[in-house]
Design a protein around this ligand. Structure first.
Ligand code: ATP
Length: 335
């Protein structure tokens, strides 16, 4: 079976970008008969960006409920919270000791932070934590511990998967066996990256999102805030570069999208276009929202599902894998 792994950082409320870019395709992929799916809540990762305990906890619950509401079946896939699996940080250290520092220096997220400091006349590493610097190693551990074959990611994450391959390969080479499968990035060009309300990528940590399960009235208000140009009703509109059109496309069939493009050419007013978009999105998320709200009313049940998922995963995969790796590097045998 092909092992496919997807994580969402518990850094805020899940949004339409997470739904379109990760949750919806991951759940569809998990139904393929030859797939073994791993879905996790990346709460160690969230500490890099959001050092707000209440936010992390709320986000963990919300993202778990979002996966479940969208049809994840915890009996058929591996569903767990990263910090419930202590083998992940332990493997992170083993990999840290084979990871080239020069490779980490080139990681996009770290380089972007250094560039920002330079532009502002600060020291290169001002305000940058070792957590941000080491983040690709933690991500490599997430993937390599379970010997995942495929990691569906956006283009911006391809570099991190290459790093995971590099660290895995070095470990295999140094310790002389095929301990790790080398993972591949699966970039799906049909999966959209949704823009946020400020025009940057929609992202939990930018606070520019449309929450996946915003109540109807709020959803409508947020959609009204999507950026458009100032063309008047009756003037033809460009679909190219239109955030509104990108959203519509992500929630509509080919035929519906073609009709919407025609309406743009015919000069639909932005108010009408936003109303149509709202109806389209609401039609898809309304049934999920109901399930989500019911789940959020029972946090203990969500918690029990997560704990059970991690316990089973540790017994089946994580603990035996780590015993073998400890032995490989010469640490005390715990078995
Ligand atoms: P953070 O700000 O903490 O990075 P995020 O909301 O940008 O959060 P992640 O939790 O890092 O997203 O990513 C989870 C998944 O959601 C990834 O598979 C990512 O590709 C997808 N995703 C995130 N943002 C978008 C977006 N705007 N459009 C499409 N997919 C997205």
């Amino acid at each position: 079976k092909t092992r496919v792994l997807t994580g969402i950082t518990t850094s805020g409320t899940p949004h339409l970008g997470n739904y379109v870019g990760a949750i919806r395709p991951a759940i569809a992929a998990s139904r393929a008969p030859d797939a073994e799916s791993f879905y996790f809540l990346a709460d160690y990762h969230s500490l890099i960006k959001a050092q707000d305990p209440a936010r992390t906890q709320r986000s963990t619950l919300e993202i778990a409920a979002a996966w479940l509401a969208c049809g994840l079946d915890p009996d058929k896939v591996w569903f767990y919270r990263q910090s419930d699996v202590p083998e992940i940080p332990e493997l992170t250290w083993l990999l840290t000791c084979v990871a080239g520092k020069g490779i980490l220096n080139r990681a996009h997220a770290y380089k972007a932070a250094v560039d920002k400091n330079r532009a502002e006349g600060e020291d290169d590493d001002a305000g940058i934590t070792a957590g941000l610097f080491m983040y690709p190693v933690l991500m490599a551990a997430d993937i390599l511990l379970f010997n995942a074959h495929k990691v569906p990611v956006g283009r911006d994450q391809v570099q991190h998967i290459e790093m995971a391959r590099d660290f895995g390969q070095r470990f295999n080479h140094v310790y002389g066996d095929e301990y790790f499968v080398l993972p591949e990035a699966a970039v799906d060009d049909f999966v959209a990256t949704l823009p946020g309300l400020d025009g940057r990528k929609m992202s939990k940590s930018y606070d520019n999102t449309i929450p996946m399960f915003a109540p109807r009235a709020e959803l409508k208000k947020l959609i009204a805030g999507i950026l458009t140009d100032s063309r008047m009703p009756g003037e033809p509109k460009d679909t190219e570069g239109s955030a509104l059109f990108q959203f519509y496309q992500a929630f509509a069939s080919k035929e519906q999208t073609a009709a919407f493009a025609q309406a743009f050419a015919d000069g639909i007013g932005w108010g009408d276009a936003k109303q149509q978009l709202f109806e389209r999105i609401d039609a898809e998320v309304a049934p999920l929202r109901e399930k989500y709200e019911a789940l959020m009313a029972k946090p203990d049940e969500i918690e029990a599902i997560l704990r059970d998922g991690a316990a089973r995963l540790r017994a089946a995969h994580a603990t035996p894998a780590l015993l073998r790796l400890r032995e490989a590097v010469g640490l005390r045998d715990l078995s």
